[in-house]
Write a protein that binds this ligand. Structure first.
Ligand SMILES: *[C@@H]1O[C@H](CO)[C@@H](O)[C@H](O)[C@H]1NC(C)=O
Length: 404
């Protein structure tokens, strides 16, 4: 009997390995993204704005004058969109590399051949920094920076940036090098700062550190390992006090305050949930589940009516379900010699784009999609402004614009 079971198990395992490792499209049928009842496949008609020379405009923000949007891209810059004729311009960056690079070059010029070792180390610094111009280089993110969540303070015009590697940063209305505001909480350095929102009345910033164990470029590993070290943190701008509000979050991602600022939402990506932490009222200090979603939520952005747009990185298909509920399956997947991109396409079931609009109490009002990823894919944020949705993606080299 045991032999029979072992044989059966081995056969199943071999079949699964064959499907997973095959470079063909076999396997995508059963792992295809599931349908969502009532969803509208309207995003194929979205317009795209290419982020020339860059990729991964994760977050989208408009300044107090309504200009922009501004987006953070994967080479560490924050770019500003100035319309069709002017295109994108550099606005800010989160790594000091551009300044250090000038210093290194100066140092090189001053040095003579006796200091050959130092010279060589400077050459390394210079060439490494220069690589920050590559549009997509995950292995250099800790050098170049990776700006994720962006929010403007509408009173001061300062831009707050959650950089995946450098913590919570701020840059003035003129842009340039952003300076770090908070890099640790309770003695634990941030590993993967992700998103934020600002309560200008209370003078506080709420932001997430996705994990204390995994960095941004290991995001899929953080999900597959069911990492639960994510935190929601509060930064008091006047007292400079840093408080951990929630911990043990399974991939703490997007952050959004409610219109009346009575609660703050946090996307818990791995569990496909939006958590709500009450900030005032009878339930202040307690948390509950605001919404259970059909996929993995990224950023949350409120519209002027107080509703929330949630960008779904990908819907939860069979592969994701199996990996997150069956330890043997997950362990098998993690041991297989499959590339990161292949694992990502199995996990997501292939390219698609899904956005949900939730009401203030958390009901699903609308689901907009590009079911086959014809125009948009793997979206990370949906920002509603003047009858348009501005749609970011952490992976794609363009921004989407959809007329409501
Ligand atoms: C954006 O880039 C794609 C791929 O390079 C290209 O096919 C498309 O024409 C570009 N679109 C615009 C509006 O420039």
């Amino acid at each position: 009997m045991t032999t029979m079971l072992t044989l059966l198990f081995s056969t199943v395992t071999v079949a699964i390995i064959a499907i997973l490792s095959s470079s063909s499209q076999i396997g995508f049928g059963i792992f295809a993204p599931p349908e969502i009842a009532g969803s509208r496949d309207v995003f194929p008609s979205a317009r795209v704005i290419n982020v020339t020379g860059a990729s991964g405009p994760e977050s989208v923000a408009f300044d107090p004058a309504g200009e922009g949007p501004y987006v953070g891209v994967s080479d560490g810059r924050v770019l500003k969109w100035r319309g069709e004729s002017l295109g994108w311009t550099d606005f800010a960056h989160t790594a000091a590399n551009r300044i250090q690079r000038e210093k290194s070059i100066l140092l090189l010029t001053l040095l003579n051949s006796k200091a050959i070792n130092l010279l060589l180390s400077c050459v390394v610094v210079v060439s490494q920094r220069q690589l920050c111009v590559r549009p997509f280089a995950p292995e250099l993110e800790h050098v170049c920076g990776r700006p994720l969540g962006l929010r403007f303070d509408m009173k001061t015009g300062d831009l707050y940036i959650a950089d995946a590697y450098f913590g919570l940063l701020i840059v003035g209305p003129a842009g340039g090098l952003a300076k770090p505001l908070v890099t640790e909480a309770e003695g634990q350095r941030f590993t993967f700062t992700n998103d934020l929102d600002i309560d200008e009345e209370e003078d506080v910033v709420y932001f997430t550190d996705t994990s204390t164990r995994f960095q941004r470029r290991q995001f899929l590993a953080a999900v597959l390992n069911f990492d639960k070290t994510g935190r929601l943190i509060k930064y008091d701008r006047s007292s400079k006090k840093v408080t951990v509000l929630l911990q043990g979050v399974a991939f703490a991602n997007g952050v959004s305050l409610s219109k009346d600022r009575s609660f703050v939402l946090v996307a818990e990506t791995t569990t496909c949930k939006i958590l709500r932490l009450w900030l005032s009222g009878p339930n202040a200090g307690t948390q509950d589940v605001f919404a259970q979603l059909p996929g993995f939520p990224d950023n949350i952005r409120r519209n002027s009516k107080g509703e929330f747009w949630v960008a779904i990185h990908s819907k939860k298909g069979l592969f994701a379900k199996l990996s997150l509920t069956q330890t043997w399956f997950r362990d098998l997947v993690l041991r297989l010699p499959i590339s990161g991109p292949r694992l990502h396409s199995l996990f997501t079931g292939g390219p698609h784009a899904t956005a949900l609009k939730l009401s203030e109490p958390g009901e699903v009002l609308e689901v907009l999609e590009d079911k086959e990823g014809k125009t948009l894919r793997f979206i990370s944020e949906v920002e509603e402004k003047d009858g348009k949705l501005w749609i970011g993606s952490v992976l794609m080299p363009f921004l989407g614009v959809y007329d409501l």
